[in-house]
Design a protein around this ligand. Structure first.
Ligand code: F6R
Length: 240
């Protein structure tokens, strides 16, 4: 694992985008998994700019990290709605270039479908994730096995509460469907991105503790190729 800290969110976003763009340039058929939520919005802006400036994503497969179950995909708070608004709507992609969990299909079959698709195409080249205040990655909540692939997740109380920020009205969040921590560990370039003072506590906890399934983010200690990319605010409590 390597930790990198940058001056502010703008610089952090640019550096994360550079990492992803570099993979895309080297491997035009790459499989790129991206999180939704607030953290990667700046990265998407940079990538959109790169694409306008000639970065070729015409053969890339983008895989959406996770989705709320029991929430209509057209709800502005769904993961796919956020990704559409912040990224996909701004980029010319064919339908088959975007892989997401279909929450209206059988969930167990969906996990198998997405697992198969990823492995059949040679694994993930990049997996960009944010971090939850409880250390979750995707919807891999505390207690999730580090060996998990795609699965259904019983959302932690903290996630049910913090997830409200994405919705226009109070919304009951109970369950999610998510890629697993093993996908993260097996990805060729797994990136944890965090910004802002709100993430400082959990990032120092993650970086100062041994790997434990009680704090999913600590899996980074087991992954030599993992990048933890922070802005100064999120890095402020890390012991140097
Ligand atoms: C989103 C996701 C979540 C978020 C995390 C941080 O697809 O899987 O794990 O990455 O909760 O959320 P933000 O970025 O909104 O602070």
């Amino acid at each position: 694992m390597q930790v990198q800290a940058f001056k502010d969110y703008q610089e952090l976003s640019r550096k994360v985008a550079d990492q992803i763009a570099s993979v895309i340039r080297k491997k035009p058929f790459a499989q790129v998994c991206i999180a939704s939520g607030h953290t990667p919005i700046g990265v998407f802006k940079c990538l959109i700019e790169d694409i306008k400036n000639g970065l070729d994503v015409s053969k890339i497969t983008f895989i959406s990290l996770d989705e709320w179950l029991n929430i209509d995909p057209t709800d502005p708070g769904s993961c796919i709605s956020m990704l559409n608004k912040d990224f996909f709507d701004h980029v010319k992609l064919r339908k088959e270039q975007v892989v997401m969990f279909d929450v209206n299909a059988n969930s167990v079959a969906e996990c198998a479908r997405v697992n198969d698709l990823i492995s059949t195409n040679g694994g993930l080249d990049v997996m960009l994730v944010g971090i939850g205040l409880n250390g979750h990655i995707g919807m891999n909540e505390p207690g999730t096995s580090f060996r998990s692939y795609a699965h259904l997740s019983n959302l932690a109380e903290a996630t049910r509460t913090s997830g409200q920020k994405y919705f226009q009205k109070p919304t009951v969040l109970t369950t999610g469907i998510t890629l697993g921590l093993r996908h993260f560990a097996e990805s060729r370039l797994p990136i944890v991105m965090a910004n802002g003072a709100k993430k400082a506590g959990i990032m120092s906890k993650i970086l100062n503790s041994k790997p434990t399934e009680d704090i999913p983010g600590t899996i980074v200690h087991n992954i030599p190729q993992a990048l933890v990319m922070l802005d100064e605010e999120a890095a402020q409590e890390i012991d140097h």
